[in-house]
Design a protein around this ligand. Structure first.
Ligand code: GLC
Length: 746
């Protein structure tokens, strides 16, 4: 009996200790963030801040992580009940491995239209709807934070990642990013707004020093992020690889704390981009860059060492861990969400098509060539892109999708007959060959019309080049288009050019060969269907350009300060990084605020296609506008749009405001608002009202380090593009406004 009691006491004792111990060890879901942080050892904190450096490998080398292909994770701390959280790319949809060992199930995701095309819809509600679908796939495949949206400014058309970005205009970029963030986060997952900041080239992106004036920073390169942070409230921000005026972005306290948090009120956490290039880890955390991705063992050691040496305080470490936990406790993994691995890809593909339909831009439509009235026509389909479309760009922004619809397939489905001998010549081997005069005449004789697709691709890690086959047509493309144009026009038949590209190409030298030019960009998985929806008029095009298409590359203000002909390798040898080399070691943003239409429209430089341009199959009339001053520096600008044509359509009303001249040189006009109408039937009208305020009218005055809104007479221009002003109204700002800032980034 005594023995029994002794054993019982021991068992009870252990249980009590265990209970006490369990009570002493806080647990996620039961304890506060503060209690969890207080319970962490320094090693656990350092590991948590450094991302999952071992990529979650089990001792036998298999992955411990449940989402192969997610770009990164935050570390688990099993002792505290903290699981992995998963961060997949990217801006065009979720990027994870589509197949896994040990199962026949696949994990494909939906490739939506590229970011540039989504911005080109000028429809924030649609951007949010697509964001919600991306967020749903993020959630249902077991992830927590989608590494999107990306929103660096299209400073130069040759930046390799422009397809992942929205626009040359920070207002449009910021509003679009905010809409995407709201959509994605509506599903209970997070976003990582990137790449913060001034990451406008890929050449030597890990080391390039962007040298930018404060005014250009504030008005052009940070303004979009400011709007997106304030109106989207992203869970996280991704700091960029590059350096800004001599300070690496991820070590830049002025950027990540003074501006991002203290000025703009950002409440999430900051992660680095995926750099394996050694940085000053302690400086990053002190600057306000909380998490170091993808995470390296050496960074854990550097954190522990810095704390031991006193160069990094435990308070800074705790602040970073606390910021991460405050966000991640909202994540599906931390909440134990039971994901399905089965998002509705069919519904999402239909949404991808709807979005692409609204992002296609009609650039030319002479003699009402389009829409094609009779789908029984026989088509001579030229260009390799007609048979193998680029649905998106390359690199971490690419989505593993399946079932990409090509243009030829969609044309056949719609009932068109294709010239099959011609189709057979694009057999996947011969990509760019010359269509001679003879063949062009043959096709003009036996076909009703010609469609000629020009395709281009680019992506992360390299910039495009100002050469034939990239910014310019190849010699074969040019000769072929000329021959096809001459032959079909001689036979009284039309030529339609399709631009399947992720960025701007030269158009002025050849656009006269085409009767119609359609820009479907890189439209995602439903590519071919979207193209044919527009060609047949099933959908009336309503997309508008979000950047300027110049006549000549040299017309672009940044053209002499961009590595436009950089070669990564010479004779097989990689070009070495030289910190003293222009456009490689450093890039002078000499053009300042004169980016895109701000330059072309102010200095009257002709362009091939202007910012905000896009044709419709119908026409619209704008009524006399009304601009009203509200309370506390707010304004509303209203105009009534009427469909004066014969088919239903949507119009994008763009509001460009001209500020009064004063000591600061200002652009002729700047985009300060826009509104897309619903689909208006012929004769139908809709009144759109756009709100703005005096802060939104401000210019940045470096001398005062302040946002300044001058008093005086302003002009509100209601336009269908930056060069197509339909109605104007003037209004007064009675009192000047000056908002002095503490932070400076030089
Ligand atoms: C890349 C990209 C970034 C991406 C990350 C993870 O270097 O710059 O956009 O999210 O790594 O793939």
């Amino acid at each position: 009996m005594k023995r029994f009691c002794l054993i019982l006491i021991m068992i009870l004792g252990f249980q009590t200790a265990a209970t006490v111990n369990a009570q002493q060890t806080p647990q996620l879901g039961k304890s506060s963030v503060e209690e969890l942080v207080a319970a962490m050892t320094l090693h656990e904190k350092a590991t948590f801040l450094a991302g999952v450096f071992d990529y979650g490998k089990n001792p036998d080398g298999t992955t411990r992580k449940r989402v192969p292909g997610a770009a990164g994770s935050s570390a688990e701390i099993p002792r505290l009940g903290i699981p992995f959280a998963y961060y997949p790319d990217g801006p065009q949809g979720v990027r994870i491995q589509p197949t896994r060992k040990g199962t026949d199930k696949t994990f494909y995701c939906t490739a939506f239209p590229i970011a540039t095309m989504m911005a080109g819809t000028w429809n924030p509600d649609l951007v949010s709807e697509v964001g919600a679908a991306m967020g749903n796939e993020t959630l249902e495949y077991g992830n927590d934070i989608l590494l999107a949206p990306a929103m660096n400014i299209h400073r130069n058309p040759l930046c390799g990642r422009n397809f992942e970005y929205y626009s040359e205009d920070p207002f449009l970029a910021g509003k679009t990013a905010a809409a995407a963030i709201r959509g994605i986060q509506s599903q209970g997952v997070g976003t990582s707004l990137k790449h913060f900041a001034v990451n406008n080239q890929e050449t030597f992106r890990l080391k390039n020093d962007a040298r930018v004036s404060d005014r250009a920073l504030r008005e052009i390169y940070l303004k979009g992020f400011e709007i997106a942070v304030k109106e989207g409230k992203p869970w996280t921000i991704m700091s960029s690889y590059n350096t800004i005026n001599g300070t690496t972005a991820s070590e830049n306290r002025a950027l990540l704390t003074d501006v991002l948090r203290n000025e703009w009120g950002f409440e999430g956490f900051v992660m680095t981009d995926w750099t394996s290039y050694p940085r000053n880890t302690a400086a990053q955390i002190k600057a306000g860059n909380d998490q170091l991705m993808p995470g390296l063992k050496v960074q854990v050691e550097q954190i522990e060492q810095a704390v031991a040496e006193g160069t990094l305080s435990m308070a800074d470490v705790d602040l970073a861990v606390t910021r991460m936990l405050r966000v991640l406790v909202k994540s599906p993994s931390y909440k134990g969400y039971n994901f399905s691995n089965n998002p509705d890809l069919v519904a999402h593909a239909a949404l991808a098509r709807k979005a692409a339909d609204e992002g296609v831009v009609l650039l030319k439509n002479a003699w009402n060539t389009l829409p094609l009235k009779d789908t029984g026509k026989k088509i001579a389909l030229f260009g390799f892109g007609s048979y193998k479309i680029y649905q998106g760009g390359t690199g971490s922004g690419n989505v593993h999708t399946t079932g990409i619809v090509n243009i030829d397939t969609a044309l056949r489905e719609a009932g068109f007959e294709l010239q099959e001998d011609l189709a057979a010549t694009y057999d996947g081997v011969r990509i760019d060959f010359k269509i001679g005069e003879k063949l062009a005449k043959l096709r003009a004789a036996d076909c009703d019309l010609a469609i000629f697709t020009i395709r281009r691709n680019a992506g992360e890690g390299a910039d495009r080049r100002e050469i034939k086959g990239d910014f310019y047509l190849t010699e074969n493309e040019e000769a072929s288009l000329k021959n096809v144009s001459e032959a079909f026009h001689a036979a009284g038949k039309k030529v339609i050019v399709l631009l399947n590209t992720g960025g701007v190409i030269e158009t002025a030298s050849w656009k006269q060969y085409a009767d119609a030019i359609v820009l479907p960009w890189q439209p995602g998985v439903e590519a071919g269907h979207a193209v044919v929806d527009i060609l047949t008029g099933r959908v009336n095009p309503s997309g508008k350009l979000t950047m300027t298409w110049p006549v000549a590359y040299k017309d672009i203000p940044s053209s002499k300060n961009f590595p436009s002909n950089f070669e990564a390798k010479k004779d097989g040898v990689r070009t070495p990084f030289d910190p003293e080399k222009r456009n490689e070691g450093f890039t002078e943003y000499e053009e300042g605020i004169w980016v895109g239409y701000r330059y072309f429209s102010t200095y009257g430089v002709p362009v091939s296609f202007p910012f905000g341009f896009g044709l419709s199959y119908t026409t619209f009339d704008y009524s006399k506008p009304v601009v009203k001053a509200g309370k506390k520096g707010s304004y509303t600008a209203s105009v009534t749009v009427t469909n004066t044509g014969s088919v239903p359509g949507k119009e994008v009303v763009q509001l460009y405001i001209a500020a009064p001249k004063d000591n600061l040189e200002k652009p002729a006009r700047e985009l300060k608002g826009y509104a897309k109408t619903r689909e208006l039937a012929p004769g139908e009208s809709q009144t759109v009202t756009i709100s703005f305020d005096t802060y939104g009218l401000a210019s940045f005055d470096e001398a005062q380090n302040a946002w300044v809104t001058d008093a005086g007479e302003y002009t509100a221009n209601f336009a269908s593009s930056v060069e197509d002003i339909r109605q104007s109204a003037s209004f007064k700002v009675k009192k000047p406004a000056v908002l002095k800032l503490k932070a400076t980034l030089r």
